[in-house]
Ligand binder design. Sequence first.
Ligand SMILES: O=P(O)(O)OC[C@H]1O[C@H](OP(=O)(O)OP(=O)(O)O)[C@H](O)[C@@H]1O
Ligand code: HPA
Length: 187
Amino acid sequence: MTESLSREQLNTVMDEADLLKSKEEVEAALDTLAADITARLADKMPVVYSIMNGGLVVAGQLLTRLKFPLEQGYMHATRYRGETSAQADLQWQAPPSVPMDGRTVLIVDDIFDEGYTLEAVVEACKAQGAAEVLTAVLVDKQHDRKAPGMKVDFIGLEVEDRYVFGFGMDYRGYWRNAPGIYAVKGL
Ligand SMILES: O=P(O)(O)OC[C@H]1O[C@H](OP(=O)(O)OP(=O)(O)O)[C@H](O)[C@@H]1O
Ligand code: HPA
């Protein structure tokens, strides 16, 4: 783990960051995501899992836009663990909290970056007997380093290939609470 940052350093990160998507743009994207998900899943009584920690804010803001019966659960899988580049292994810190045997499952996360996290989560859901597994992310980062063959079913916004934070995404563990999507200066 790299050295922890001071409050002053963290405030500087925010002051110097580039705003890529405003709160209003994110909220409009969440409305569209919710409409697309509703069209596909309204009659499925799905289990909607947030991938902790990053998926917490997106799932929270998405769920109240979904006006059909669903169950909500969480799981925690992490590759980055507070760093700005991925570690070799995916760590499971909390397994799925609601049984999914025979169910339609929707996985909600903040970002589709290289895609190895979502790929492993989808595989884990299938191994646990889910009938159908769909994925939704707020942000799809644009680059050519994606896990081969990995596709996401519902995407809110596209962002350029920079390290981003806000709306659930962290910079070194902080600023998940930022009300917009920001790119760190120099990253
Ligand atoms: O597409 P990938 O390259 O696999 O990266 C995306 C994943 O990385 C982040 O999680 P992280 O590992 O940082 O855990 P956290 O949510 O607890 O911060 C993010 O929340 C996604 O789950
Ligand atoms: O750009 C990112 N920001 C925050 N978390 C992430 N996890 C993968 N990529 C990112």
